[in-house]
Design a protein. Structure first.
Length: 498
């Protein structure tokens, strides 16, 4: 019963809550008893809603949405990271002996519903009682309800973390696993193994008879994979691999889609040259053109704000509800990629790696961080580091010390080949894809090579790697001159599930 109050299974009640609000607003105010009953019901529903991940609420404040619904039907099948947030709330309730999250704020006379939702979207969380919560559990809870969904741990990592915590706190407890739960540990002979992994080719249908010959980026939108190429977005069902529809052309048909980012009810799309557009998911059309003179190259979401970086070295901050620019951060180096960790905005461009603290605005840029152009970077909250990959074939691992960037490790990931993409696909492994048509798998903790994956019939750059909630595979986009092709790889070997 407790679990049913949280997670995505409860999202269907939100529409009922909103409908109740609308009906209540239209009722005659003379019926005080009826209104009071509706208010109590709505207050209870609101408390349940606030305990769901903020990204599941929808963009109710934008003019593009109906005032009668907070969520569209498409958002009732949210990715697993919304349930990770819910798990964090549940864990908090159990450890801190509380029946409902945010009640400490909800009952304050000075806090309105709107302001409370805004504060939660910006990072407000329930108070963790340190006298009841061990430090290790506190850190896990904070990771689970991280403002950036992609920074939340997988349930596999959560399980491993809880096991480690239990072992440390209760060393005399007999912790045993059944044979089906056994974790397989890779040995040295396995680390250099090359394997041909089972895969499913997913051809991209041509748009009006014109073949789009490569994949440039991908984005997960609920249970759909959006695939960007030349001016057109192709939408696939992530579970069945079936093609659903084309969206676009966004600009000219030959203009390349650089990056896509899903935030609430919208997908933000960067295009070359200089295009920044916002697509309303339910309608599948552009609702806002935010294009500028400079080429946009990177876009990310953090703590209720959308950040975009351009070739002139300027980061623009956008309100995802009003779609208006708030202010800018001139950083001075071309910004090819961005990520966030511990209230730092990390960015890469040219050969530089930089980090700016979002509270103090103190910035440190490391020149010649790579030997060639930086292509991508990811944050690994569980280890507190940043991984970056570059055209020089290397992966570098970074962290901050004081207010300065320091390098933890640098290693050649793909010898003599341009490393185009990097992604964390589970709690233990990072995937890197390169111009040499291979994907290398790396251990997050020690940066050791685990596997090299070769994809049959693909002889071109691995452009993008996308993790999906579906356990049976990940999606890989390639630059292919022969055909537009996605490859859904089996990941049954990841995490020791051999």
């Amino acid at each position: 019963a407790k679990v049913s109050n949280f997670g995505i299974s409860r999202l269907n009640q939100i529409t009922d809550y909103n409908n109740n609000n609308n009906n209540s607003d239209n009722n005659n105010s003379n019926n005080n008893n009826s209104n009071s009953s509706n208010d109590n019901n709505n207050n209870n529903n609101l408390q349940h809603i606030l305990q769901n991940a903020p990204e599941t609420w929808g963009a109710e404040y934008t003019s593009c949405l109906s005032k009668a619904a907070i969520l569209s039907p498409i958002t009732t099948n949210m990715p697993f990271y919304a349930d990770v947030y819910g798990f964090g709330i549940i864990l908090w309730c159990i450890i801190c002996d509380q029946s409902s999250a945010f009640s400490e704020y909800f009952h304050s006379d000075s806090t309105s519903t709107t302001s409370l939702k805004e504060k939660i979207s910006e990072g407000l969380r329930p108070t963790i009682l340190k006298d009841k919560c061990p430090e290790e559990i506190e850190e896990l809870i904070k990771q689970c309800w991280h403002s950036s969904p992609s920074s939340r741990p997988s349930f596999q990592l959560i399980s491993q973390t809880l096991l480690k915590i239990l072992t440390a706190l209760c060393p005399d407890t007999a912790l045993s696993r059944t044979p089906s739960q056994k974790i397989v540990v890779y040995n040295a002979s396995q680390e250099k193994e090359t394997m041909n992994t089972p895969f499913v080719p997913v051809p991209i249908p041509s748009y009006k008879g014109k073949q789009k010959n490569y994949v440039t980026c991908m984005c997960l939108v609920d249970h759909f994979v959006w695939v960007g190429g030349k001016g057109i977005i192709s939408v696939f069902n992530a579970s069945t691999n079936e093609f659903v529809k084309h969206i676009g052309p966004i600009m000219e048909e030959d203009d390349r889609i650089v990056k896509m980012l899903r935030v609430g009810e919208f997908v933000w799309v960067i295009m070359e040259p200089g295009g920044l557009f916002v697509i309303y998911i339910r309608a599948g059309c552009v609702v806002k053109d935010l294009s500028a003179a400079e080429d946009m190259l990177a876009i990310e979401y953090y703590n209720g704000t959308v950040y975009s970086g351009d070739s002139a070295g300027v980061v623009s901050l956008w309100n995802p509800r009003t779609l208006q620019k708030q202010h800018t951060l001139p950083l001075g180096v071309p910004i090819k990629c961005m990520t966030f960790l511990n209230n730092y905005l990390w960015f890469g461009g040219g050969r530089e790696i930089g980090a700016i603290h979002l509270s103090t605005n103190k910035c440190h840029i490391l020149k010649q961080a790579h030997y060639d152009r930086v292509n991508a970077m990811i944050a690994l909250p569980q280890t507190g580091v940043i991984w970056s990959c570059a055209r020089d074939g290397y992966i570098a691992v970074w962290k901050t010390s004081g207010e300065r960037i320091v390098i933890e490790k640098k290693f050649e990931a793909h010898k003599g080949s341009d490393v185009k993409s990097i992604a964390q696909v589970d709690g233990d492994h990072v995937y890197s894809g390169a111009f040499d048509s291979t994907i290398n798998v790396w251990n997050i903790l020690n940066c050791q090579h685990v596997k090299t994956i070769t994809i049959p019939q693909v002889d071109n750059t691995i452009q993008v790697i996308l993790r999906t909630p579906k356990e049976s595979g990940i999606w890989v986009g390639t630059l292919s001159e022969d055909a537009a092709l996605l490859n859904q790889l089996s990941t049954s070997f990841i995490g020791g599930r051999l």
